[in-house]
Design a binder for this molecule. Sequence first.
Ligand code: GLU
Length: 454
Amino acid sequence: MRIAPSPTGYFHVGTGRTALFNWLFARQQGGTFVLRIEDTDLARNRPEHIDGILRALRWLGLDWDEGPHFQSQRGPLYREAVGKLLAGGAAYACDCTPEAVAGRARRRGGPPGYDGYCRDRGLEPAAGRMIRFRTPGSGQTRFDDVVRGTVTVDNASIEDFGLRKSNGDPLFILANVVDDADMAISHVIRGEDHVPNTPKYLLLWDALGYGDAPVFAHLPLLLNDARKKLSKRRDKVAVEDYRDEGYLPEAMRNYLGLLGWSPSGDREIVGIEEMVAEFRLEDVKRAGAIFDERKLQAVNAEYLRAMPTADLVERAQAWLQARWEPIAPLVQERARTLAEVYAMSDFLFLPSPAIDPAEWERGVRRNPAFAAILQAAAARFQTIEWEPHAIEEAVVGAGEEAGEPKKSKAQAPVRLAVTGRSVGPPLWESLATLGRDRTLARLAEAARRFEQDK
Ligand code: GLU
């Protein structure tokens, strides 16, 4: 059993669910739960996302028995596999550019990204040439998925997929297969989005002579309440956002366990030990599972009520403290009483800021560029590095763009929108602590309110 996240973004609730199911299955079967970081895409990896994966797994209480292994450190293994495939004639060098492949696919009406139509033209492997797998032109590849039943695919419909990029870096499928064999993974439990990769996986597995392939179980997609696939842009998908909003890890874990599986009876509150005992991989449902934040809230509320009040006090304190500490020294320089400490900090804890109506009146009327500044700041905030200096530059730039060159006047609307007040700790550090997503949500909310007030 393994969880094999790519560190290209925040730790997604879907990855949390996949990790949980692997962990449950490993604990129940006495298996080994391996953590593997699939960081082959060097351009898209970020070290903070690796930390985020480890933090989120620890927060959820999903302890791993082995790893983390990093694919970026396992290059020799992948080179060896490619050498073997080339020597056996199962792979070949190709110098088609991505543009040429895309152009051919367009002309022939292939799906986007389809990189078939590359054929072995007898090129020698060399720098600047990628390596492709030679997919058999006939026959079928079949596997029995624990969740989806038998899946059969015509080999002729599978393109000669890439194994290694022209710069020598391994591609996802190669590293994935080589590592599952090397790490003796018995069960591949992963998201349904990987079903199309599985026939390629199996062809490659056989070509490498690895013997019996792992058992596959593809978990149903997570959907939002509009029954659309959960998306980073539309939906709140980062596990750590839920932590920051004050969900309890045991409630989150409980809720993730209900996404595609259910315990007997109509129960929704299932402790982790019960889950380990009752979980059955073959009972995972195939239909998409709806991630419903209200249901998560209800589960969380049950956990809050069930704990002794002393525990609640302790846990709430720990939560408040973790959120507050980064700006504590800044508040300390400004507050005269503890009540003011609270008033200067509440924006970090409230789901949305308590905007003082009098301040809103004054702030909006005094600043004709209010809406333009918010809009320009939001646009810049999307892409900058999220740290105080860059945030300051973005706000000053937004002011200039909106015809407000004075820094204090440019920052006032942002402060009001995000903290609800016109005074408080330094804005740049405040926003850095609050986080990009929550800042953007508040700017959008204030812009809406401004429109309504007009
Ligand atoms: N690295 C892949 C992902 O993040 C997971 C691949 C797998 O589980 O086989 O989607």
